[in-house]
Design a protein around this ligand. Structure first.
Ligand code: ZN
Ligand code: ZN
Length: 136
């Protein structure tokens, strides 16, 4: 079943629609994804390159291809810094940062990759107390 999923950046200038169903959903703990996300891992959904229609803000998307890497890229809205979807350097895949999506992607993460590179505080963080808002 084909399904359209909407996505937008934090400031709302960049907007697009992605056509599901999606192929893969990985959580990547590599050092590079920690840098680009500012967090323990990047949540990345993969599909084929042509599954995106841009609605607005494409001119605000800045692409950075890490020079010494074979495939690592970071694409983000220059207005708010949010990661946005991009086509892989070989042109084959669309990579969608899961947090960019406004709708249910109808796929769940199936693998934690580059697991040995996860930050030293990650497992303790999983056991930390939970709160619906800021802790008092
Ligand atoms: Zn933005
Ligand atoms: Zn990674």
């Amino acid at each position: 079943m084909e399904e359209k999923v909407k996505g937008s950046c934090l400031c709302g200038e960049v907007q697009s629609t992605m056509q599901g169903p999606f192929n893969k959903f990985y959580q990547c703990y590599c050092d590079r994804c920690q840098k680009k996300s500012g967090s323990a891992f990047a949540s990345l959904i993969f599909t084929s390159f042509d599954k995106i229609s841009w609605k607005s803000g494409q001119a605000l998307v800045k692409r950075y291809d890490l020079p010494n890497a074979e495939r690592f890229s970071n694409c983000f809205c220059v207005n708010c810094g949010s990661q946005v979807p991009y086509v892989s350097r070989d042109g084959n895949f669309l990579i969608i940062p899961a947090g960019y999506l406004d709708d249910d992607p109808k796929i769940a993460p199936s693998a934690n990759i580059f697991w040995d590179e996860k930050p030293c505080w990650f497992e303790q963080g999983q056991k930390a107390t939970t709160h619906v808002s800021y802790p008092v």
